[in-house]
Ligand binder design. Structure first.
Ligand code: NAD
Length: 422
């Protein structure tokens, strides 16, 4: 694994952006003021310190966060991110976006999110396991299958979820697979979970392309980020006939107008730690890649990468936000004005939490579905969420992001009213 991680300097505050989006949707729906008042802050936030005995024998302390945005529609749900740039505001924003996402798809959850300030690429496997277990010990009272259910996010994976589920189960005194999703199959993971975020994203791209009359077999795509979401999106788009012309990761980017083979690229990344240096393409600048010609742009890395600074130069017809928060509000307006269809994060990447929900349901029933069943149910829910969002955007003449928030907030406001909160 590569040890160098390019640290992205995020200038925009994601939590301010999330609040702006929330306020705009509350106003557009003319909701009682109590809805914004309750949702503008997470209901609970935990800040913990996690001491880890490193391989050298020295003890190092890492800072971890968990935000539970609202449980108005069910237990809170959301991933855990290990990244050196994690901040409390970022985790709060991500927890709010999870609330919006779960309710857009109609899942019985509120939003949550966690993060640890760490560069996991600099840890040994043993240190990573100790950190993962330490994080769970620190927040054990805050989580549970009916309380708050974590999942993977940037730089955490099924193995990390397996360690976390084990630590929680030991502390709870019983095997508790439903406390966390995205687990390895051997301990109650769901078939299809690994591919779910990208698969859901590709369903929304397919629907958007049909609305725009874009023939996917003639279309090209650029993907930023080649991790769980990005690498699988490349493969699935390729299966639909889309030519993948550019891909980047934290170390660099490759481009080939004739097409990159996503399988060979994945092998190259597994062998070298990066997409750069891939023989089937030419190395290019990662930031510049976003502005190169393509029909479909899939940001699948981190926040705030499409900004007022580059939105005018984006050439894609569809931006499918596999990542959370990749587009700033200013950039959103520019893209909308230029007629670019943005499939917003809370819709485009909702496949991950949807199959996490399926995993949780299967854990609770102790009855497991085939991959085909998982994918069919996922497709149905993603297409329904896309259609509701698209219809709202048409009816109210607003962009897809605002429309998605409106669909979601309508559900949340009804739940608040039913519980007597507003
Ligand atoms: P991951 O850790 O598997 O992959 C992240 C990828 O982004 C890596 O390839 C990394 O090299 C790349 N990257 C990091 N900084 C970059 C930069 N500056 N430029 C280009 N590439 C960069 O993470 P993931 O799970 O694929 O998550 C990616 C995004 O998708 C995040 O925004 C995450 O919140 C979102 N998401 C993931 C899931 C999921 O189920 N995994 C679900 C919903 C949303």
């Amino acid at each position: 694994m590569a040890t160098e991680l390019k640290v992205q300097h995020v200038t925009e505050n994601s939590f301010d952006i999330a609040r702006q989006q929330l306020r705009a949707a509350c106003e557009a729906l003319n909701l009682p003021s109590g809805v914004y008042e309750i949702l503008k802050e997470p209901a609970r936030v935990y800040v913990v310190s996690i001491p880890v005995k490193m391989d050298s024998g020295e003890v190092k302390t890492f800072i971890g966060y968990r935000a539970q945005h609202t449980d108005v529609t069910g237990p809170t749900k959301g991933g855990i991110r290990f990244h050196p740039n994690v901040t409390l505001d970022e985790v709060k924003a991500l927890s709010m976006w999870m609330t919006m996402k779960c309710n857009l798809v109609g899942l019985p959850y509120g939003g949550g999110k966690g993060g640890v300030v760490v560069n996991p690429k600099k840890l040994s496997q043993r240190e990573l396991e100790q950190l993962s277990r330490g994080y769970i010990r620190a927040i054990v009272d805050a989580i549970g299958p009916d309380r708050d259910i974590p999942a993977p996010d940037v730089y955490t994976n099924a193995q990390v979820m397996g360690w976390m589920m084990d630590e929680y189960s030991k502390l709870a005194g019983c095997c508790s697979p439903g406390v966390i999703t995205g687990k390895p199959l051997a301990v109650g993971g769901s078939l299809g979970r690994n591919e779910a975020t990208a698969r859901g994203c590709v369903f929304t791209v397919r629907e958007a392309a049909a609305k725009l009359g874009l023939d996917l077999s003639q279309a090209t795509a650029i993907i930023q980020g080649f991790g769980n979401a990005g690498s699988v999106a490349a493969r699935l788009l390729n299966e639909l006939g889309v030519t993948i012309v550019g891909v980047s990761d934290s170390q660099g980017a490759v481009y080939n107008p004739a097409g990159l083979d996503p399988y060979a690229l994945a092998e190259h990344k597994a062998a070298t730690g990066s997409v750069k240096g891939f023989a089937g393409g030419t190395d290019v600048d990662g930031d510049g890649l976003l502005e190169m010609p393509c029909d479909i742009l899939v940001p699948a890395a981190l926040e705030n990468v499409i900004t007022a600074g580059n939105a005018e130069r984006i050439q894609a017809r569809i931006v499918a936000e596999a990542a959370n928060g990749p587009t700033t509000p200013e950039a959103d307006e520019i893209l909308f004005r230029r007629g670019v269809t943005v499939i917003p994060d809370i819709l485009a990447n909702a496949g991950g939490v949807t199959v996490s929900y399926f995993e949780w349901v299967q854990n609770r029933m102790h009855f497991y579905w085939t991959e085909e069943e998982v994918n069919q149910r996922l497709e149905r829910m993603m297409v329904e969420a896309f259609c509701k969002t698209y219809e709202m955007s048409r009816e109210k003449q607003v962009n897809m992001r605002l429309a998605a928030y409106m669909v979601s907030l309508d559900r949340i406001a009804k739940a608040m009213a039913a519980r007597g909160w507003i």
